[in-house]
Every structure is written in structure tokens, then in C-alpha cells.
Design a protein around this ligand. Structure first.
Ligand SMILES: Nc1ncnc2c1ncn2[C@@H]1O[C@H](COP(=O)(O)OP(=O)(O)OP(=O)(O)O)[C@@H](O)[C@H]1O
Ligand SMILES: [Mg+2]
Length: 206
């Protein structure tokens, strides 16, 4: 058992993770909680370098290479950032975590679900987030939102069918663990989504 709580945000590109991760730390701090804000892939110097490699448009990695690099970065992130923060009593808020590897590398890229589950068990043991906020949007909504604000990265160049499978992967994870992973309608108006997130955090974490 760790002292702090571990909250992750999930959803496809454009679902709203960064939008909500921007206010959640202050919301928690106002309730007396110490917060460590981080993201995946990344969160450590090595993890950020692996992130650059994985999002690089110039080279499409084999899906297994991608999954292994994701978990290599995650192992480092747990060791250097997440576990020390939780042990010290901070809450960790992380923009993407393991559900994204199931959704993208299994759902999207087609690796067997059990392969990812084996890596998850190896790298995380029993550790799971206390709460996962999953922003659910159809692929065309995610794509329209990201296209409006920036150049596509490696994953965002994938087509609609890929992102439809990413969404199915996320929904499978959510249905497998409905206590941990809450499905939020990411197509609702921003203020409405924010209200849902506040309600879920208050009723699950305090
Ligand atoms: N509920 C919403 N209604 C309308 N627009 C939204 C909503 N939520 C987010 N957006 C807008 O969609 C865009 C993408 O949102 P955001 O950057 O939060 O997505 P993300 O999940 O972090 O995506 P990525 O995985 O690509 O980082 C932003 O311009 C944001 O303002
Ligand atoms: Mg983001």
C-alpha cells in the first residue's frame, strides 16, 4: 500500500487529457494534497528520450519494439518518479499510463492483449492506478480537435480504423475494471466534463 493516490488520465489524441490535467493539481492542492504531475511516455530524462523516438515520424517502429520501449520507459518512471512520490505521500497525476499501451499497441497495432498483460505484470506487479479518468471520444472527434491545434505526430498520422481500434481497446480495459477506470463522455461541453471529473475525484479519492 502506498500513502499517496495514483490518478491517471486516458483517452485518444484530442480526447481532453491535457485540458483537464491543467486544473486537477490545483483542485487537489486546494484540498491539502501534495501533487506530482507527470506524463507517459516520458516523465524521466530517459523516458523523454524514448518518447521522442516513439513519436518520431521518420521511423515507424515494430509494434513489439514500441511496446517494449513503452514499458522500459514506464519501469524507469515508476522507479524514479511515481513510486518515490507515492511513498512520500504525494498524489501522482499522470497523463497516460498502461491503459494507453493496451489501447494503442494491442488495440491499434494488433499485438496480442496477453503480451501487454504479461509486460504489465512484470513491470508493475500489483500496482494499478487508484483511479483512471478515461475520456471517451469517437475517433473523428479526436482527429478534428488535434488537427485544429498542431502538426500530427507519429501516431496521429494513423488512419481512422486505427483510432477506432484504439477506442475499442480503451473500452475493453474500462469494462474489465469498472471500479478503477471511469468512462467520461469527452464529447460533452468542457464545463460539463470538468464537473464530471470533479465529482468522480471527490467521491472516489476523499
Ligand atoms: N469537451 C471539449 N469540448 C470541446 N473542445 C475540447 C474539449 N476538450 C478538449 N477540447 C479541445 O480539444 C483539443 C485537444 O484537447 P487536449 O489537448 O486536452 O487533448 P489530449 O487528450 O491531451 O490529446 P493528446 O493525446 O493529443 O495530447 C484542445 O484544443 C482542447 O481545447
Ligand atoms: Mg495531451
Amino acid at each position: 500500500m502506498t500513502k499517496g493516490k495514483f490518478i491517471t488520465l486516458e483517452g485518444m489524441d484530442g480526447a481532453g487529457k491535457s485540458t483537464h490535467v491543467a486544473w486537477i493539481p490545483a483542485f487537489l492542492q486546494a484540498r491539502g494534497v501534495k501533487v506530482c504531475l507527470t506524463r507517459e511516455p516520458g516523465g524521466t530524462p530517459v523516458g523523454e528520450r524514448l518518447r521522442e523516438l516513439m513519436l518520431d515520424k521518420a521511423q515507424k517502429l515494430h509494434a513489439e519494439t514500441e511496446a517494449l520501449l513503452m514499458f522500459a520507459a514506464r519501469r524507469e518512471h515508476l522507479d524514479k518518479v511515481i513510486l518515490p512520490a507515492l511513498d512520500a505521500g504525494s498524489w501522482v497525476v499522470c497523463d497516460r499510463f498502461t491503459d494507453a499501451t493496451f489501447a494503442y499497441q494491442s488495440g491499434g497495432s494488433g499485438l496480442p492483449w496477453e503480451r501487454i498483460a504479461a509486460l504489465e505484470a512484470w513491470v508493475q506487479g500489483d500496482l494499478q492506478p487508484d483511479l483512471t479518468l478515461y475520456f471517451d471520444v469517437p475517433s473523428e472527434v479526436g482527429k478534428a480537435r488535434t488537427q485544429a491545434v498542431r502538426e500530427p505526430d507519429r501516431f496521429e498520422l494513423e488512419g481512422r480504423a486505427f483510432f477506432d481500434r484504439v477506442r475499442e481497446g480503451y473500452l475493453r480495459r474500462a469494462h474489465d475494471d469498472m471500479r478503477r477506470m471511469r468512462i467520461i463522455d469527452g464529447t460533452a461541453a468542457l464545463a460539463e466534463v470538468k464537473q464530471s471529473v470533479e465529482n468522480i475525484i471527490l467521491s472516489n479519492c476523499f
